[in-house]
Design a protein around this ligand. Structure first.
Ligand code: COA
Length: 200
């Protein structure tokens, strides 16, 4: 996969595919992100978000793709061709071959297996395209959906960061988990198979 042609990258699963976020995603992403339940567990954004802010976010995301700092994907429903959320391989550190993972799915699309599949595709991109050695996934201690996602994908618990996120006037603890390249190698076949079984 050639990162220079990042606009052409398409990571295909069964239910969803990932491609770089682009300007035309703004109205749809704007509509989905404007939900207080969806953004409660997101660290860098909270609803209400304006369309102008969303467009600026995408401009910055495109710059980050160009400079290979951060890789923000739109998650697209294979059936409808519509964007249903975003995920990212961020904080990319090529020297130490590490990055972090983040994700959100629009509320109407929760609990359909989209999040899991998008996460698998992003981890695959991280380990197999970027050749990362480590991917970190950090989530709010209260976020049971993220906890389930990490259990399904198999990231390992590392610890708790105390009062690390300020949300709506309150500080929250975060759980830090990670996966290493060796672990991905061992698990990836089984994980990819799991996606196919979910489809049946
Ligand atoms: C966390 C989040 C990304 C999870 O995404 P999701 O698409 O709902 O997750 P999945 O559907 O893949 O998995 C969740 C559950 O749905 C189940 N599921 C999968 N396919 C299913 C199907 N066809 N029918 C019903 N349930 C299904 C999964 O088994 C899992 O169930 P479990 O609770 O029994 O384990 C999503 O809830 C979200 O965006 N939340 C708000 C933002 C957020 O918290 N982001 C993470 C910040 S770190």
């Amino acid at each position: 996969m050639n990162l220079k042609n990042w606009k052409k990258i398409k990571l295909s699963g069964v239910k969803v595919f990932l491609r770089a976020i682009r300007k035309s995603d703004a109205p749809r992403i704007f509509e989905l992100i404007n939900n207080r339940k969806t953004t409660f567990f997101l660290e860098s954004v909270d609803a209400p978000v304006t369309l102008k802010q969303e467009k600026e976010f995408i401009v910055q995301a495109e710059k980050a793709w160009k400079s290979k700092l951060k890789f923000i994907f739109a998650i697209i429903d294979q059936n409808t061709g519509q964007s249903i959320g975003c995920c990212e391989v961020g904080s990319y550190d090529a020297t130490n071959r590490r990055a972090s993972f983040g994700i959100w799915i629009g509320k109407p699309y929760w609990r359909h297996g989209f999040g899991f599949e998008a996460a698998v595709l992003a981890f695959q991109f991280g380990f197999e395209t970027l050749k990362l050695n480590r991917i970190k996934y950090r989530y709010n201690l209260l976020n049971t959906r993220s906890k389930k996602l990490t259990q399904k994908i198999g990231t390992k618990f590392e610890g708790i960061e105390r009062k690390t996120t300020l949300k709506r006037g309150k500080f929250y603890d975060s759980v830090v988990t990670s996966m290493l390249a060796d672990e991905w190698k061992q698990k990836s076949k089984k994980i990819k198979k799991q996606i196919l079984n979910l489809e049946k």
